[in-house]
Design a protein around this ligand. Structure first.
Ligand SMILES: [Zn+2]
Length: 170
């Protein structure tokens, strides 16, 4: 009698493991202070896959959560679109994990607006190894240590500075 109860308990716990679905817990890193109100009040997060899409709003703590996810490949979409890193949006849910944590940057405005008039490196917090990024056709007589070549194509949203210490554009 006791053995069969143990067996039933084992069977129930095994079923529980099989039916356990994954929760995706996301957090947005909002670097531009003026974007925070947009994220709290307007931003919707869509999780798309082969099944029906799921949609949620972002909480005041800039987090979002999708529950009961089956294993598979998903993609996150944000509305309003903003300027997110597209490569970061693919999410893989595997059956072994109950909770998947995910963080991504979200910029409603161009992420480089905050550095336009501020050449302090966001990493080392210093200015002494920071040089401007120049775009377009660069005149060959210029001294290449005075600027960082940003390429010849000019977009609306591009870095203004390059830190030689940290090798980052911002
Ligand atoms: Zn730096």
């Amino acid at each position: 009698m006791r053995q069969s109860i143990i067996l039933i308990l084992l069977l129930l716990s095994a079923l529980n493991i099989v039916s356990q679905n994954t929760t995706l817990e996301g957090k947005l890193i909002v670097a531009n202070p003026q974007d925070i109100e947009i994220v709290k009040n307007e931003l919707e997060v869509y999780l798309t896959s082969c099944g029906p899409d799921k949609m949620i709003d972002v909480g005041d703590d800039l987090t979002f959560k999708f529950e009961n996810l089956q294993p598979g490949e998903y993609e996150l979409l944000f509305f309003p679109n903003g300027d997110t890193d597209y490569l970061n949006r693919k999410i893989y849910i595997d059956s072994g994990k109950r909770i998947v944590n995910f963080e991504t940057y979200y910029f409603y405005n161009c992420r480089y607006n905050i550095s336009e008039n501020n050449k302090t490196c966001p990493k080392c917090k210093k200015e002494n190894r920071v040089i401007p990024v120049k775009y377009g056709l660069i005149i060959s007589s210029g001294n290449p240590t005075d600027y960082w070549p940003g390429g010849c194509i000019v977009f609306d949203c591009q870095p203004h500075w390059y830190c030689k210490r940290d090798k980052i554009e911002f």
